[in-house]
Structures are given as C-alpha cells and as structure tokens.
Design a protein around this ligand. Structure first.
Ligand code: NAP
Length: 314
C-alpha cells in the first residue's frame, strides 16, 4: 500500500497552480513549490496571499529545470511530483520525470489538465498537443521498467470559472448580452472549476493505489452550451440572442491556421472538439473518475450565479 504525504509542485505559480496548492494543503499534504531559477515567484511573507505568490506553508525551491542533478536534489524525500507547468514548458518535464525516478518519487502527475490527450493522437488538435502525448507515452514506458514509480494523468475538460471570466467560454458574451452557439448547442462537454481540479489532484494522491498508472478524467459538470445559456437567461431574467457557428467552419479555420504554422488554431479545434454535434467528448458519469477518488460534482446553477455576481451582471 503506497502512502503519499510530501508533494512537490512544479510551476505552481500560474493560472492553475495556486488552486492545486491550496487544495493539497487543505487535504493535509506537505507541499514544496518548485519554481524556475530566475522566476520572481517566492513566498515572501507580506505578500503571501497575492497572486503568483506561494502561501507561507509552502517550502519554495528555485531550481534550474534543465539540470537533472538540481531537480533530483529538489525531489529528495518527496513522495509525489505534480507538474502544472505551462505550455512552453511541457517538453521540459522529461528531465523532471527522470530526476523524479532517480530521487525515489512514487507518483508523477504530468501537466495535462484539459482534454483527454490519450484520445486525440494523430488528429489536428493532437498534433498541437504532441508534447503532452509524448510525456504520457514516456511515463507509460518508464513504469514498465521502474519498481516503485508510478504516474497518473488527469483530464479535467475546460477550466469553467477561469474560462467564463476570460471569454465566457466562447458561449456567453456578457458585454453585449448575446450568446454564440456551435451547431445545435446540445452536445455535452466536460468542465471543471480550478478548485475542483485542485481537489481532484488531492483525491488522486489520497487514493494512490486505485489511481496508479492510469489516465483519469474528472469534472465539476458535464454540460451543453444550451444548458449554460438557459441558466444565464433564467438568472438574469432576459433573453440572450444567439449567433450560430458551424463546427465544420471552425475545424476548417483551424486547419488553415495550423498549415500556416499558427498555433492559435488550438482554440478553433478545441471549440469544435467540445461542442460539435456528435463529438462525444463530454464526460458521462460512467466514464468519470469522480467516484473513484471521492470527488463530488458541483452545482452548475450556483457556479454560474457566482460568476454573474462576480462580473457585476446580477
Ligand atoms: N483546461 C483548460 O481550460 C486549461 C486552461 C489553461 C491551461 N490548461 C492546462 O493547465 C496546465 C497549467 O497551465 P497554466 O495556465 O496554469 O500554466 P501557466 O500559468 O502558463 O504556467 C505555469 C507555470 O509554469 C512555469 N513556466 C512558465 N513558462 C515556463 C517555461 N518556459 N519553462 C519552465 N516553466 C515555465 C511558471 O512557473 P515559475 O515562474 O514559478 O517557474 C508558471 O507560473 C497546462 O497543462 C495547461 O495546458 C488547461
């Protein structure tokens, strides 16, 4: 029976990392935050609560991500490493994995936290996510030869609260009180709040045996564009005019951008991936690991209401 108590978090200072660190601490793990040498992220006491700072309870280590020896030393006595590095650093995880193995780390969670990358190999969006796919391939190969080392991948779908704040998740346009719907709007998609992703990571590490060497998917909600619009209309008491977009047009626009080397194609592909009629990329309960790791779903209406209040729309 594996027991995990100490957790090193790589890249914990970005969009997602703080929520993971908060939930790991509240689940009772001892947390070390690893930042890149030269990064301005610290746990300075006065500004502990400020964005991009670590809480005081976190031990912070500044490490050269390119150095196997430095990472190995930083991972000494850590039971698990959770990587939350951003897109630019996905490839840099390979040195961290090798260093984690050498340091005797028991579990590595790679920076996935989005669409289920095991399902998109060879597709246009899979080409953009090739770095993430290669990291999980490598973990799968390493565990075959390494006693005591294991990994867990986690697909969470879209970051719900983060995505609503930045773009209305491409569906709700708060400024104009309008909505944009891809195809019929009935296709279900997977979404998680940042806090829920943090709780999922803590849940994985609290259930190390059940989650070893698996690629899991969890969610706060499995929802459709139409359900989101209906809730916004109910809560605001007004009708939101809808503009329709065809998923085939998004896919074509993405392919044109990708052919020109423009990786903003990802957004077009992602929207079609989630919301095209028949895409099948939602997370029905029978495919979800929420139950396995003791993670309750969240209340969609309450989350949308909280967002509308936060944005001053209620
Ligand atoms: N599902 C979704 O809707 C969604 C949305 C956004 C992101 N994601 C995924 O969530 C994960 C984390 O994303 P994020 O947005 O939180 O990442 P981020 O904020 O872009 O970066 C996270 C941290 O990575 C480190 N970092 C940044 N650039 C680096 C580089 N070139 N080399 C090494 N380290 C670097 C930095 O930490 P230090 O400065 O402390 O070193 C940074 O704070 C990724 O896998 C991303 O694809 C999913």
């Amino acid at each position: 029976m594996v027991s995990i108590k100490t957790v090193a978090v790589l890249g914990g200072s970005g969009n997602l990392g703080p929520a993971i660190i908060t939930e790991l601490l509240s689940a009772g793990f001892s947390v070390t935050g690893i930042t890149r040498e030269g990064s301005t992220t610290t746990n300075s006491t006065a500004a502990a609560a400020a964005a991009h700072k670590f809480p005081d309870a976190v031990t912070v280590k500044s490490v050269d991500y390119g150095s196997f020896d430095a990472l190995k030393a930083a991972f000494a006595n850590q039971d698990a490493v959770v990587s939350v590095v951003g897109t630019a650093a996905i490839g840099a995880q390979q040195v961290a994995i090798d260093a984690a193995v050498a340091a005797g780390v028991k579990r590595f969670i790679p920076s996935e936290f989005g669409i289920h990358t095991r399902k998109v190999r060879g597709t246009p969006i899979g080409k953009i996510l090739a770095g993430k796919i290669a990291v999980v391939d490598s973990l799968q190969a390493i565990v075959k030869e390494t006693e005591g080392f294991s990994w867990t991948g986690l697909s969470t779908g879209l970051f719900f609260d983060w995505g609503l704040h930045f773009s209305g998740l491409g569906v709700i346009n708060l400024k104009d009180k309008t909505a944009t719907v891809i195809d019929s709007g009935d296709e279900k998609w997977q979404a998680s709040t940042l806090a829920q992703v943090g709780r999922a990571v803590a849940g994985i590490l609290k259930h190390p045996d059940e989650t070893a060497n698996k690629y899991l998917a969890t969610a706060s909600f499995n929802l459709s564009q139409n359900e989101l619009i209906q809730l916004v209309e109910e809560l605001t008491g007004s009708k939101w005019p809808v503009t329709r977009v065809a998923s085939a047009d998004l896919q074509k626009a993405g392919e044109e951008k990708l052919a020109a080397g423009d990786y903003r194609a990802f957004v077009d592909f992602l929207r079609a991936h989630n919301s095209a009629d028949g895409a099948g990329n939602g997370l029905p309960e029978e495919e979800s690991a929420n139950k396995l790791i003791g993670l309750p779903y969240e209340d969609l209406r309450a989350s949308v209401e909280a967002w509308l209040k936060l944005e001053g729309a209620l």
